[in-house]
Design a protein around this ligand. Structure first.
Ligand code: DX5
Ligand code: ZN
Length: 237
């Protein structure tokens, strides 16, 4: 199975996506190995440019540093671009080993074109949107997407509180997306909120501080995975 088939297969199932934003960067490879040994197969990478959101975080160098380890362990890298002009960064992240890329609709007046660029690079294409953005903002591009990413906090930092209205927003996005498309949620997901978002139709659940901020990240991953799986029953999407 090649990487793009693997990504497609994983995105069709329920997955908890550890966000390395909350990991210890002095021992990043070890932290990724811990969550992958516990069962994680999709690693979430938060890219911030100091403009679309205030912090500056991760670039293609970090994706490149992790790609072999993640791919060899049967996993994929999900890159969340919180940047202006996302069209300029598709090629560098694809070359670094990204398997899926999402960009913010608020930063992309030509979203069809950017989604097309991502798919032409052989990756899964997603669009994401902030809690204050009407869900309908993505309706035009929805048929083109492999996944949508509904933010359940305002992007920029890990460890923020889940915004409860996100549950209803997830339901509406799920209805708008083609059946084959995945639905991701990001921000404030923990063992408690996981069941609510999974029940609303999300199948890709990002968790940062609720995993890497805990004393035992492997146990934390497994507890959230159990909560998410229980809420989704036996269905794969
Ligand atoms: C927030 C990032 C998230 C972040 C989530 O801007 O997009 O992926 O890592 O962190 P938690 O799970 O701690 O809310
Ligand atoms: Zn993210």
């Amino acid at each position: 199975m090649n990487q793009s088939e693997r990504a497609r297969e994983l995105f069709a199932t329920t997955q908890i996506l550890p966000s390395i934003l909350s990991a210890d960067f002095a021992r990043l490879g070890e932290q990724v190995a811990t969550v992958m040994d516990a069962g994680a197969r999709v690693i979430h990478v938060d890219v911030m440019d100091g403009r679309f959101v205030p912090p500056i975080t991760i670039g293609p160098l970090i994706v490149e540093a992790l790609a072999e380890q993640v791919h060899d362990a049967g996993g994929v890298l999900d890159v969340h671009l919180m940047i202006e002009n996302p069209e300029r960064q598709i090629e560098p992240f694809a070359a670094a080993g990204a398997d899926a890329i999402s960009f913010h609709i608020e930063a992309a007046p030509h979203a069809h074109r950017v989604a097309g660029q991502i798919r032409e690079a052989g990756l899964l294409a997603g669009v994401t949107f902030n809690p204050g953005t009407p869900v309908d903002a993505i309706s035009g591009v929805a048929p083109q997407l492999d996944f949508a990413l509904c933010m359940s906090v305002n992007p920029g930092w890990g460890g923020q509180k889940f915004i409860p209205e996100s549950v209803e927003r997830l339901r509406r996005v799920r209805e708008m997306l083609p059946e084959r498309a995945a639905l991701e949620v990001d921000g404030g997901v923990d063992q408690n909120t996981a069941s609510h978002v999974a029940g609303a139709g999300a199948n890709l659940l990002v968790a940062g501080s609720a995993i890497f901020g805990q004393a035992d990240p492997a146990a934390a991953y497994q507890a959230i995975a159990a909560a998410g799986q229980a809420a989704r029953g036996v269905e794969t999407r």
